[in-house]
Unconditional design. Sequence first.
Length: 215
Amino acid sequence: MKLILLGPPGAGKGTQAQRLVNRHNIPQLSTGDMLRAAVAAETEVGKQAKAIMDAGHLVPDEVVNAIVADRIAEDDCTEGFILDGYPRTLKQADALEALLERRGQHLDHVIELKVDDDVLVTRVSGRFSCANCGTVYHDVDRLPKVEGTCDNCGSTEFKRRPDDNAETMRSRLRTYYKETSPLVGYYHCKGTLRSIDGMAAMDEVTESIEEIVKG
Ligand code: AMP
């Protein structure tokens, strides 16, 4: 199963991707996570990407296309993958299509998570995650069951993304509507798009996604 989770920052792509990983045993390919790892490791790509990410802009298409092509070539992607945060431009979508065609593969589903802007800003502003396993939490409505301890792995280390603040979020949203939202039309025309209410309860969103992937 090869699918794309499409939606603005804070729509729940990462959280739903983690759930799909657990249920279907296929990897989550998050270009944001890959780029943050490159920034932390201070690689050439990381050095180039850092300021762009901090400003809420997009890293150049060639850079992310190359990262994704390398990652999809790895063995754990043979049975499928969940793309989270890629593609983000029409050029990336074309590059992905060409890549999959070369590999004799095709996308099964593109699932758009629709969420109102004011909800997105609130969600992203209070977001933090486990530094060990990446489980996502929120200051207001999704704290760990035991304070300071990750529900999933028991780690006591948490982190916040530098770009998860109201100011950068506004820039990320502008970028989304300008560069990424045209992909809704792109995949609609190809007949692969399904849109769901990303404002429903988290479990309901998961069930809507499951219904789509089960066909
Ligand atoms: P995310 O974790 O998906 O919200 O991504 C964080 C940041 O990484 C974005 O705001 C961009 O600066 C960069 N980024 C992630 N994925 C892409 C992509 N497909 N194309 C360009 N930039 C990306």
